[in-house]
Design a protein around this ligand. Structure first.
Ligand SMILES: [Zn+2]
Length: 150
C-alpha cells in the first residue's frame, strides 16, 4: 500500500508547532496527583542537608538542625524549590511559605523570599512569588552563595 506523501504547508506547520507548544506548557504537571499523594501527606519544614531530618529551625538568621546541630544559611532554598514543585509551578504567598517552612514570622519569610529575587505580582498579603524558569535545575545547594537560577 502506497502512502501519498504531501509536504506540509507553512500554515500547517505553524498550526502543528502551536499545538505541540500548547500541550507542552510547563507547570501543568500535577505531581501530587501523579504519585497519588495527598497534600496532607507532604512533610512540611526545612530538611537538614546533612542528616536529612526535617528538623531545621530558624535561629539568629540561620537554620539550625535539632538533630545534628549543623547550621545552614540556605537550607530554605531546597524547601522553596520543593514547594514550587509541589505547587505545580504556581506562585506562592508569604503565608503559604510560612506554612510550608513551619516558621511563624512573616518578616523572616519575606526576607527569605526577597533574598531569592523572585519576580512577584500583587501587593501586601496578596503578593505572590513566582518560580524562576528552570528552577528545578538547581544543583549547588550547599554553598552559602546558592541562589535559585534566574
Ligand atoms: Zn541534621
Amino acid at each position: 500500500m502506497a502512502i501519498k506523501q504531501t509536504p506540509l504547508t507553512d500554515k500547517e506547520l505553524k498550526k502543528i508547532s502551536k499545538a505541540i507548544l500548547k500541550e507542552h506548557a510547563p507547570g501543568k504537571f500535577d505531581i501530587l496527583n501523579f504519585y497519588k499523594i495527598s497534600k496532607d501527606e507532604v512533610i512540611k519544614g526545612v530538611f537538614c542537608p546533612v542528616c536529612i531530618s526535617v528538623s531545621m529551625k530558624r535561629r539568629d538568621g540561620a537554620w539550625v538542625c535539632k538533630g545534628c546541630s549543623i547550621k545552614s544559611n540556605d537550607a530554605h532554598i531546597k524547601a522553596i524549590t520543593d514547594q514550587f514543585l509541589l505547587n505545580n509551578d504556581e506562585a506562592i504567598t508569604n503565608k503559604e511559605l510560612r506554612d510550608f517552612l513551619q516558621i511563624k514570622s512573616p518578616h523572616i519569610s519575606r526576607r527569605l523570599l526577597d533574598s531569592l529575587s523572585l519576580s512577584h505580582t500583587g501587593t501586601n498579603k496578596g503578593c505572590r512569588y513566582h518560580p524562576p524558569p528552570n528552577y528545578q535545575n538547581i544543583t549547588d545547594l550547599n554553598t552559602s552563595t546558592a541562589k535559585l537560577p534566574q
